[in-house]
Design a protein around this ligand. Structure first.
Ligand SMILES: [Zn+2]
Length: 428
């Protein structure tokens, strides 16, 4: 079944990470197993040359840093990605039953393709919190043994759907069905499951809970040439950044950084998003811990480079007209450099040139993506972090289809090529 070790590892990471909280926990365990030190933003940092360490914020963003063995002229090599994916988030309380259905209200997080959430077996996962002796305590939860469902309306009751398209109202049409409610019968409840998970009454609990597709990530295609999964955007690049970081050793002068941010899908403005001071503070504190001054930190930043890694649109076989006819990426043809004249991507000619060089060193082909000039372009964390740190940045990603669907697809060969290229970057 296994096509390659890198894709195997990606599939395991996806299955372990139904939410950004779980992704950061999975990544933390990987780093701890490597011997990395967990840093606390609230305490002083004591770091030594050659040390690997990481810090998390909100449990959903992280920055991993490896100091060089000799930092006489330090510079940063940063790979940045995002941990969040569009999804449906549970509202705080259940609505009244509709007919005899027990349901739960949801909010839309990010640019969700609504239809992709219909008729799937959905689990619920995330973080549950409560005040305990004056301090907020949180635990991660994950439940999929008793799946929920957002049932689509039968075609007999929606005769025009195949001609006029499916119109779904976020408030009325996306509520999952949890079960049935019959008078005089007490069954399981989501509230009860949460109470059991944290050992406290439901009224005392608050939460950040997401629905997710319980079908595990898997290979697809006649020759296992695809990976099918939810959250490929952007756990695939989060995983590539982490794997490349973990595979490297401390270099000379280069401070290797893997930065994984939450909240990209809703604009990155939060305490833990790419617009926060998370990375800037972490980079400065790493150098201060080595006894360096702010002046030296600023000089190190000016010598630095960043790769912003987020998935890219491969050409869709059924909609080739949606793509720029001379700049469409192919699956399993290597990393994609994303450019946009409006700087929705941070790439420019120079940063593109050095990323091509890295692909060459890694023996990976490399592709260009430009949106059609008559279509609005997406964006990513690249321009935000590039602006905050003043670091030349290239926006790249692996090609995929069905971006923002509950179940997306990408090529299984591209993952290893991106990891090899990012490893070259960390050695640069
Ligand atoms: Zn993305």
């Amino acid at each position: 079944m296994s096509r390659n070790a890198h894709a195997d590892a990606l599939i395991a990471f996806l299955n372990a990470s139904p939410t950004p909280f779980h992704a950061v926990e999975t990544a933390s365990e990987r780093l701890l197993a490597l011997g990395a030190t967990r840093l606390d933003e609230k305490e002083a940092w004591n770091l030594k040359s050659g040390q690997t360490a990481f810090v998390t914020r909100n449990g959903s963003s992280m920055v991993a840093i490896r100091l060089p063995v000799d930092a006489s002229r330090p510079k940063f090599r940063i790979v940045a990605a995002h941990t969040d994916s569009p999804c449906l988030k549970l509202k705080p309380r259940a609505p009244d039953p509709s007919a005899n259905y027990r349901q739960w209200g949801v909010e839309v997080y990010g640019g969700v393709l609504y239809n992709s959430w219909l008729d799937r077996d959905l689990g619920v996962a995330g973080r549950v919190s409560r005040l305990d002796a004056g301090a907020v305590k949180s635990v991660l939860v994950r439940g999929e043994g008793k799946p929920f469902r957002i049932p689509q309306l039968a075609i007999h009751l929606d005769r025009g759907v195949n001609d006029s398209g499916l119109i779904l109202n976020a408030q009325r049409h996306l509520l999952p069905v949890l079960g049935l409610q019959e008078p005089g019968r007490t069954g399981r409840s989501l509230e009860g499951w949460l109470e059991e998970s944290i050992g406290a009454p439901f009224a005392s609990l608050t939460f950040d809970l997401h629905l997710y597709d319980t079908s595990p990530a898997s290979y697809g295609g006649l020759d296992d040439e695809f990976v099918f999964s939810g959250r490929l955007d952007n756990l695939a690049m989060s995983h590539a950044a982490l794997e490349a970081f973990c595979a490297e050793d401390a270099g000379r002068d280069t401070i290797q950084v893997a930065a994984l941010f939450d909240n990209e899908e809703v604009g990155s403005t939060s305490a833990q998003g790419a617009n926060s001071n998370l990375i800037e503070a972490a980079l400065e504190r790493a150098l201060l811990a080595l006894g360096r001054t702010r002046e030296e930190t600023l000089a190190a930043l000016a010598r630095s480079h960043m790769v912003s890694a987020d998935m890219a649109h491969a050409i869709h076989p059924n909609y080739p007209e949606k793509h720029e006819p001379y700049h469409y990426p192919l699956l399993n043809h290597g990393p994609v450099i994303k450019g946009n004249a409006g700087m929705r991507y941070a790439t420019n000619g120079e940063t593109s040139a050095w990323f091509r060089g890295l692909c060459g060193k890694a023996g990976a082909p490399c592709q260009d993506f430009i949106n059609r000039a008559d279509l609005a372009c997406g964006t990513t964390i690249g321009p935000h972090v590039a602006a905050a740190l003043g670091i030349p940045t290239v926006d790249v990603g692996n090609p995929m289809l069905s971006m923002h669907s509950a179940r997306e697809m990408c090529g299984s060969e591209d993952h290893g090529m991106m990891i090899r290229t990012l490893r070259e970057f960390f050695r640069d």
